[in-house]
Design a binder for this molecule. Structure first.
Ligand code: UD1
Length: 418
């Protein structure tokens, strides 16, 4: 199993290109299930999670071809309605296929998903929403079974703001009869990106990016060629890396508009952030200031950037308080950061108090989930000596060529056989 060895103490500088967004690409690739004919998706990142969803679509009977960052999918031959445990367990986002398979095949059987070890992560909102469109849903032997002769538009209110459930329902309702209203919908850029793709396929979706989304069902969707938006979390991760190494890094091919909260917090902590059209320059400081963070749905501060900011704040001047409000159990990186010398105390499982220390020291550490893994690499970049990150497969789920990108910025981040 691969490990990543990070040598601390290098100041990062130069340009880094931001890849296509994993979280936007996953539902968009799945949306090809709603179409007969070949869809072409450009700027798709080469990641484990993307490979997993492509395997799942192929297993269902779709023809999937990849050429560089371009993926074409023809779902005309899809004849299966079951997504098996082996394919679904690797990634929670696999549940996104439930609604589209149902819309296409009138029935669907999808294994209950696995994914990151960050809390319970239920799928009740997906299921309640799909049931509201007229599906019969049962849970048996670890599988969700859904069937519906016809899907009909409905008024759906989400008790919790959920990115995945909003995406599931947008896709499923796109082909339902009549109007669906999604209230308290997620507003993340990935939602708007999916709505844009569905609309270019011929769907009628209004209000994506606001808490109320109106979907007027259509009878069919058509093939499209579209490009995936840049990954705001990858961008944010490199911004924090630049900030905490007192570096000078320019991100290219990114979308500054999607990074408002991250830019705001980085500036508060003392970094200079210059925003150009599709690029962002971050000039870090050796004098990082403590800041408080509360994770909230978009446009608030993203939970997917919490671990990386925590890594930075371990070496800030003063005490920072970080509140995680989206997921339970999303502080698994704390114990590993502490092994590197960080001073962090946890209260009640979702509040971390981080007292800045003068320096971290390199140590062998264990990656536990995707973003936690990134935070350990960031910590390694400023730690004295070598940090060895084990269980790198978590990182490979969501960061494309991360070590090469760091290398291009002058970092010493090496992948080795463990
Ligand atoms: C997506 C992102 C993930 C990000 C998260 C929050 C993808 C592939 N993943 O995950 O990187 O951290 O949004 O921004 O896009 N919930 C329920 N019932 C449900 C669904 C969710 O209670 O049926 C809860 C979750 O447990 C969590 C909250 O809602 O507490 C938000 O989760 P959600 O937005 O659904 O996250 P994902 O779509 O899984």
């Amino acid at each position: 199993m691969d490990i990543i060895a990070v040598e601390g103490g290098r100041r990062l500088s130069g340009n880094v290109r931001i890849s296509g967004s994993k979280n936007a690409a996953l539902p968009i690739l799945v949306s090809s299930l709603l179409v007969d004919g070949t869809c072409v998706f450009n700027n798709v990142p080469d990641l484990m999670d993307i490979r997993s969803i492509k395997l799942l679509l192929e297993d269902l009977g779709a023809r999937v071809e990849t050429q560089g960052s371009s993926v074409s999918i023809d779902a005309t031959g899809v004849n299966k309605f079951e997504a098996s445990y082996d394919l679904v367990r690797k990634m929670r986002a696999s549940i996104l296929v439930l609604g589209p398979i149902l819309a296409r095949q009138k029935k669907a059987r999808v294994s209950l998903p696995g994914g990151c070890a960050i809390g319970a992560r239920p799928i009740n909102l997906h299921l309640k929403g799909i049931a509201a469109l007229g599906a019969d849903i049962t849970l048996e032997h670890g599988y969700v079974e859904a069937s519906a002769e016809k899907l009909t538009g409905a008024d759906i209110y989400f008790d919790i703001v959920s990115v995945g459930a909003t995406e599931s329902l947008m896709m499923t309702a796109a082909l339902a009869e009549g109007v669906t209203l999604l209230r308290n919908a997620a507003r993340e850029p990935e939602i708007t990106a999916l709505a844009d793709v569905l609309n270019s396929m011929g769907a009628k979706i209004e209000g994506a990016g606001t808490p109320e989304i109106k979907i007027t069902g259509v009878s069919r969707l058509n093939p499209v060629t579209v490009s995936i938006i840049p990954d705001r979390i990858e961008a944010g991760t490199f911004m924090v890396a630049a900030a905490m190494t007192a570096g000078d890094v320019t991100l290219t091919d990114c979308e500054p508009e999607h990074l408002g909260a991250v830019i705001h917090k980085l500036k508060l902590s003392g970094s200079r952030v210059d925003v150009l059209d599709k690029s962002i320059r971050v000039v870090g400081t050796t004098d990082i200031q403590a800041i408080d963070i509360r994770t909230v749905p978009y446009p608030g501060f993203p939970t997917d950037m919490q671990a990386q900011f925590m890594a930075m704040l371990t070496v800030a001047k003063g005490t920072s308080v970080i509140r995680e409000t989206i997921f339970e159990n999303r502080f698994i990186h704390v114990s590993e950061l502490k092994r590197m010398g960080a001073d962090i105390t946890l209260e009640g499982g979702n509040v971390a108090t981080v007292k800045g220390v003068p320096h971290l020291s390199g140590a062998p550490v264990m990656a536990s989930d995707l973003r936690a893994s990134a935070s350990l690499i960031l910590a390694g970049l400023v730690a004295e000596g070598e940090t060895v990150v084990n269980r790198v497969y978590h990182l490979d789920r969501g960061y494309e060529s991360i070590e090469k990108k760091f290398e291009g910025l002058g970092g010493v981040v090496l992948r080795k056989k463990g």
